[in-house]
Design a protein around this ligand. Sequence first.
Ligand code: COI
Length: 354
Amino acid sequence: MEIKITKTTSPKIMPPADKLGFGSVFTDHMFIMDYSDEKGWHDARIVPYGPLSFDPAASVLHYGTEVFEGLKAYRRPDGKVQLFRPWDNVERLNNSCARLGLPKLDPEDALAAIKKMVEVDESWVPSSDGASLYIRPFLFSTDPNLSLHGVHKAMYVIICSPSQAYFSTGLKPVPIMVETEDVRAVRGGTGEAKCGGNYAAANRAGDRANEKGYSQVLWLDGVERRYVEEGGGMNVMFRIGDKIVTPMLTGSILPGVTRRSAIALCKSWGMDVEERLLPIDELIQAAADGSLKEAWCVGTAAVVGPIGLLEYKGVKYEINNNEIGEVTQRIYDELTGIQWGRKEDTFGWTCVIE
Ligand code: COI
């Protein structure tokens, strides 16, 4: 794939690391590629960052035909920049496309585009502690037609945002609330796809949780509201007794790259990891009797976030005295060590941008 590059004539200046926040500052460039039935994917280009242009009737604006990914580029101690399991993001992006009837990308082209974007905006990869370049590839239908129809025109875009850690509280445990009214997804729906609509469906519950002082919700399954699924935008893991337990991928849960990595790390340390249906009653019982030793969320943006308190049906359960637990800390240290190139990557998860 040939990528035409047009550099900006008015480069911006990256704000100081402590002013970056998450996902609100953007680099100088963006990648764009168009799709049509006649031409397939074509016209790959990197252009100055700016507004996109498409018809107001574009189906993404009406029917939510959009999928996205999130991954990061990390500055290593030797100054080089590396990505973490980007091929997994590309694979998931194509799976999400398949679910929403969007045209898939050639995996090699999709990865090449991500790498080239990072190369062009390499100076935007922060070197301060905990900061990274958050990469947001997204793909949507631009068909200018209000009928319900298959996708004939689409756009693949990549934007990049130098960001600090997702939670401004850092590794301080956060309180979360079990959502008992709304549901995020059902099996056979779009829960395992990374599509904007899943996050739109989560908004109301997220707002309610925030208003009550919780950082996010814990979703239950969409049919029986009986099994734990995931957090608001990240997967969840628990240490119950001497086992690590995480909800199994039933089809309504996002197959997270950080989730997969955390499971692999725990297994490599000889821990007993169970991916299974986790009834909320079991989790609450474990929280009440103290066998729930640790709870944490895992996601690309957040990496690992300890959960210090769980609210369910108005009752609050503190976990590990609202302190980060040893497994949570160990996963965080190992994962961030590998991601930022401070620790040896024995899994082959990273790739350096040359
Ligand atoms: C990520 O962790 O990359 C996500 O997609 C979460 C995002 C909604 C902030």
